[in-house]
Design a protein around this ligand. Structure first.
Ligand SMILES: CSC[C@H]1O[C@H](OP(=O)(O)O)[C@H](O)[C@@H]1O
Length: 334
């Protein structure tokens, strides 16, 4: 299962059509990649960085001129504001472009994008093992939110990578997936990944998470991230922050799983993380049909911020950060 394919040509699985249809779309330009990222055809912090990197490699094949590539890179970096993986990937590729003579630029950018992809896949495997080892117990029920799986990364997933590792070692009792209104990444994507892999999965409305946690049925909450600030604040899909409050209330570990490409040490705190505001239609409509009256205002932030004191641990490929403090972040990331 993968969100993208690269063989010198770039293809992405159009996630807007899942779980109803698996349709692969060829990406042939940075402009098209921006549209696909902005429209959530491809989504998830790590994978949008990878798509941007491959799109730049494709552009370099067409026109290796540095100022042209800089302009394409800026457009890609601005496709969505919250996931720092996106500008991280673009700036790395543009650095390679600046350091490479024009005739070799296309090949160098393709190699750099492929290296980023391999690194993300390896990080997912490492985090899966670290996260599964951090959680104690022989048979665990894990609650997750949105989709932090293979569809969001270049590998097995971040949060879902931990769930897959638990399953592989016989320690997963059940995966509880919050639907993740309004775009339903949990209902449409996480549940689909779980069924594809034979994971025992139960879908719930976001509003049901409180009573599920109160019932004692959940042993851990495990989520991904889109940006982690220097103080350990975590931006993730809207609805994550209330889950962290509920997890603390019910004394359930709250684990954030994210590769180092999701950390932004230049961002001092959660208040400085740019939160994407998405179209009102995502809330006003369901399956293309209005679910509210005309004239109703909409508040539709794509993400929220969880303060570090509500996070039990952050798992990255370099290790486990716990307790979550700025000092511990620096120590693990150094
Ligand atoms: C591997 S973490 C992916 C992260 O991205 C999701 O947001 P979106 O679907 O809007 O790209 C969500 O926040 C996930 O946790």
């Amino acid at each position: 299962m993968a969100a993208l394919r690269w063989d010198g040509k770039l293809f992405v699985l159009d996630q807007r059509l899942l779980p109803w249809e698996e349709r692969w779309v060829e990406v042939s330009s940075a402009e098209q990649a921006v549209e696909l990222i902005r429209g959530l055809a491809v989504r998830g912090a790590p994978v949008i960085g990878l798509v941007a990197a491959y799109a730049l490699a494709l552009e370099a094949h067409k026109n290796p001129d540095l100022s042209y590539l800089e302009a394409q890179g800026q457009a890609l970096a601005q496709a969505r504001p919250t996931a720092v993986n996106l500008p991280h990937a673009v700036s790395l590729l543009l650095q390679v472009a600046r350091e490479t003579p024009e005739p070799e630029r296309a090949k160098a950018l393709a190699a750099a994008a492929e290296a980023l992809h391999r690194a993300d896949a390896e990080a997912c495997l490492r985090m899966a093992q670290l996260g599964a080892a951090f959680l104690s117990g022989p048979s665990l029920s894990v609650l997750t939110h949105c989709n932090a799986g293979a569809l969001a990364t270049g590998g097995v997933g971040t949060a879902l990578g931990v769930v897959r590792a638990l399953h592989a070692s016989g320690r997963l009792h059940r995966l509880y997936a919050c639907e993740a209104r309004p775009v339903l990444q949990g209902a449409r994507l996480t549940a689909w990944e779980a069924v594809q892999d034979g994971l025992p999965v139960t879908l719930l409305a976001d509003g049901a998470a409180g009573s599920l946690l109160a019932s004692g049925a959940v042993h851990a909450v495990v989520v991904g991230a889109d940006r982690i600030a220097a103080d350990g604040s975590v931006a993730n899909k809207v609805g994550t922050y209330p889950l962290a409050v509920l997890a603390q209330r019910h004394r359930v570990p709250f684990l954030v799983v994210a590769p180092t490409t999701t950390f932004d040490l230049a961002c001092p705190s959660g208040a400085a993380i740019p939160i994407e505001s998405r179209p009102a239609a995502e809330v006003r409509e369901c399956a293309g049909r209005a679910v509210t009256a005309e004239g109703v205002g909409v508040f539709n932030p794509a993400f929220d911020v969880t303060p570090p004191e509500l996070v039990t641990a952050i798992v990255c490929e370099r290790g486990v950060i716990a307790p979550v403090t700025g000092e511990n972040l620096q120590r693990v990331l150094a």
